[in-house]
Design a protein around this ligand. Structure first.
Ligand code: URA
Length: 297
C-alpha cells in the first residue's frame, strides 16, 4: 500500500472512531470518499518512504518574495533567536528569512505588541557591505512594515544615492523593531526606552552577524545608545569609528535632525561622515562628491 493510501486509511479510521463517538462527520467523510481513488501518478507525488505524518504535512512551495508590508506578520510560536553560525549552511538571504519569523512574532514587549501594526524587520541586500541602523520605526514605518520610508527615510535614501549606492544595495534596520507606543495611540514618536532597545538588540546583532557588513552607520545618538551603550552627544561621537563586536561603526546625525536643522554646516558634517564610510569601504570618491555642501552659501 502506498503512503498516500496509508494516510487515507488512517484518516478514515480516525473519522470512523469520531463518528462512533457521536461526532457529526458527514461532510468530512464525503470529502474523504471523493479523495479515495487516486491515480498512480498522484500517488507517486507522495514520497513512498515518507512516514504518514510527514506525508500529510502540506508541502510549502518556495514562498514568493512579497513586499515587506504584505508578508505574514504572525507565526504561531515564539522561538529562540536562531544563531547564525557558518556551519548552519544556507545563504545569507535564507538565514535572514529564518530569523524573520521569530522577529515578526516577538512578544517580549507586550505594550509594543498591543500598539504595533507591523514589526519592522529590516530591508535591503542580505550581502550588503554597508548597513544603516536607526533607532525605531516611526508611524509611517509601522504602517508600511519597512524602515525609513517616511520623510527622514526619503532623506536617508538621498544620502545613500549620493554615496553612489541604490537603496536596495545596502541594508537598513533599526535597533527596535516595533514603533514605540504613543499615549492613547496618538501620532508622533517617542524615544525608545533603554530597556526596549536592550530587549530587541539580539535581533539586530543577529542580522549583523548574518549580513557581516564591512561598516555600520548608526543614525543618531539613540541608535548609538542602543547599539553600543554610548550616551555622549552626537557632536562627540560623530566623525570617528567605533566598534561593535569587530564591525566598524560610524556615528552620524539622524536624518530627522537634518530635516529640523537645514543648515549646510550640519549637512556637511553628515556628508563628511559618509565620505569616511566610502573610504573605509575602499570605494572611489569623485571630486564632485568631495565638494558636496562646500562653497555653497
Ligand atoms: N527613524 C528611525 O530611526 N527609523 C526609522 O525606520 C524611521 C525613522
Amino acid at each position: 500500500m502506498s503512503s498516500y493510501q496509508t494516510a487515507i486509511e488512517y484518516v478514515s479510521q480516525t473519522l470512523q472512531k469520531l463518528s462512533e463517538q457521536g461526532v457529526e462527520m458527514s461532510c468530512a467523510a464525503a470529502s474523504l470518499a471523493r479523495l479515495g481513488p487516486v491515480s498512480e501518478a498522484e500517488s507517486l507525488r507522495v514520497k513512498e518512504e515518507a512516514p504518514v505524518e510527514e506525508a500529510l504535512v502540506p508541502r510549502v512551495a518556495a514562498s514568493p518574495v512579497l513586499p515587506e508590508a504584505h508578508r505574514p506578520q504572525t507565526v504561531p510560536e515564539q522561538r529562540p533567536v536562531p544563531k547564525a553560525k557558518p556551519e548552519m549552511g544556507g545563504d545569507k538571504s535564507a538565514r535572514l528569512e529564518a530569523l524573520r519569523g521569530p522577529v515578526l512574532s516577538c512578544s517580549l514587549c507586550p505594550h509594543l505588541v498591543a500598539s504595533r501594526t507591523h514589526v519592522v524587520f529590516g530591508v535591503g541586500n542580505p550581502d550588503a557591505d554597508l548597513m544603516f541602523v536607526g533607532e525605531a520605526p516611526g508611524e509611517d514605518e509601522d504602517l508600511q512594515g519597512e524602515p525609513f520610508v517616511g520623510k527622514a527615510g526619503q532623506l536617508l535614501t538621498k544620502i545613500i544615492e549620493a554615496m553612489g549606492f541604490q537603496r536596495s544595495e545596502v541594508y537598513i534596520a533599526n535597533v527596535l523593531k516595533c514603533r514605540p507606543d504613543m499615549p492613547g495611540g496618538g501620532p508622533g514618536n517617542r524615544k525608545p526606552k533603554a530597556s526596549e532597545m536592550s530587549t530587541c538588540l539580539p535581533y539586530l546583532k543577529e542580522q549583523i552577524a548574518i549580513i557581516r557588513p564591512k561598516a555600520l552607520v548608526a543614525l543618531g545618538a539613540t541608535a548609538m545608545e542602543g547599539l553600543l551603550g554610548e550616551t555622549q552627544p552626537m557632536a562627540r561621537l560623530r566623525g570617528r569609528w567605533h566598534q561593535l563586536e569587530g564591525t566598524p561603526v560610524m556615528a552620524t546625525y539622524h536624518p530627522a535632525y537634518l530635516l529640523r536643522n537645514q543648515s549646510l554646516t550640519e549637512k556637511r558634517k553628515v556628508w563628511e561622515d559618509m565620505l569616511l564610510v566610502l573610504e573605509k569601504l575602499a570605494l572611489p570618491i569623485s571630486e564632485k562628491q568631495r565638494q558636496y555642501f562646500l562653497n555653497k552659501a
